[in-house]
Design a protein around this ligand. Structure first.
Ligand code: MLT
Length: 312
């Protein structure tokens, strides 16, 4: 197992675009930070896929500036005594804002409406008349009074659930692993589903906020689609692999899924009418990138300076 040495300069390897404010945490003579060092004491990473990387003998910890750790070979790290951190909650507000934006935009057919309006660019002074004639196809619905199902009530899911209540939605949540701490962050008005099937059957909108594991991979599939309300809107800002995209294409064609908003573009559904594919922008705000980088850098610093493991 790698060991902690307090008196030497510690080297930190950074893998892809960690914000400058995060790196400032290391700005003193005790640290050397760069993206090419061979045998670092710690690594701070964003989305770089580390599964085929060999780890040097000095490596004590890897901090992921983000929530998901599926780009890190966690089992291999555990075997080698390397601590893996993530930054829980640091990007939660950014993701929440995009989920709620997408929910309102999809309900008002905004994505299609905007794309259609651009097709009128060459119509000159006919544009107002064409707009009035064409807008009927985009009549939407309000989210007020509709039921939102939130799968996963961690930092992001709890924020989405609470804010959806403020938008006058009925909110039903499901999380088999919810901790007492998280429960305190959750409004009492969030109804708890006893089973995930109950949530699937009762929701007009479903948003998913769980990590990718063997249990959650493909959790949206033909069986689960078959119990959903026809026309349900599904929001996936967690990981693409949670959804069986071939089954999703069928569910969209059959009208079971009314709209699918995903932060993980996939070839099976990308071109479909009721699909909005976003280029993984859930956590892409300046604030969130700073929060994640600072939290990750502090975790690594604490590990290297004291040996303490603090995943917050
Ligand atoms: C996360 O895991 O935190 C999000 O998917 C955002 C990201 O990967 O940057």
């Amino acid at each position: 197992m790698n060991t902690l040495t307090l008196d030497k300069v510690k080297t930190i390897k950074t893998l892809n675009s960690i914000s400058e404010s995060g790196m400032k945490v290391f700005k003193n003579d005790q640290y050397s930070v760069d993206d090419s060092c061979e045998n670092p004491d710690a690594i701070v990473v964003r989305s770089f896929n580390m599964h085929s990387m060999e780890f040097g003998s000095n490596l004590l910890g890897i901090a992921r500036a983000g929530a998901g750790v599926n780009n890190i070979p966690v089992d291999k790290c555990t075997e080698q005594g390397i601590v893996v951190f993530n930054t829980p909650g640091a990007n939660a507000n950014a993701v929440k804002e995009l989920v709620l934006t997408s929910m309102m935009a999809s309900s008002r057919n905004l994505f299609d409406g905007i794309a259609w309006t651009k097709t009128l660019a060459s119509e000159g002074d006919q544009i107002p008349k064409l707009v009035e004639a064409g807008k009927k196809q985009f009549v939407g619905k309000e989210i007020k009074g509709k039921t939102l199902g939130v799968i996963g009530l961690g930092a992001i899911g709890a924020l989405v659930a609470n804010d959806a209540l403020d938008l006058d939605m009925d909110v039903i949540g499901f999380d088999p692993f919810i901790s007492v701490d998280t429960a305190w962050n959750l409004s009492r008005n969030v109804q708890r589903a006893m089973t995930i099937e109950q949530l699937f059957a009762e929701s007009d909108y479903i948003t998913v906020h769980v990590p990718l594991t063997n249990d959650t991979r493909g959790m949206f599939n033909k069986e689960t689609f078959s119990i959903m309300k026809p026309g349900v809107h599904i929001f996936n800002f967690s990981r693409g692999e949670l959804v069986n995209e071939i089954d999703m294409a069928v569910a969209l064609e059959d009208g079971i899924v009314g709209q699918y908003i995903t932060d993980f573009p996939n070839e099976n559904v990308l071109q479909m009418q009721n699909v909005v594919s976003i280029p993984h922008l859930g956590a892409s705000t300046r604030e969130s990138e700073e929060n994640c980088a600072i939290m990750a850098a502090r975790q690594v610093k604490e590990l290297l300076e004291t040996g303490n493991i603090k995943n917050s």
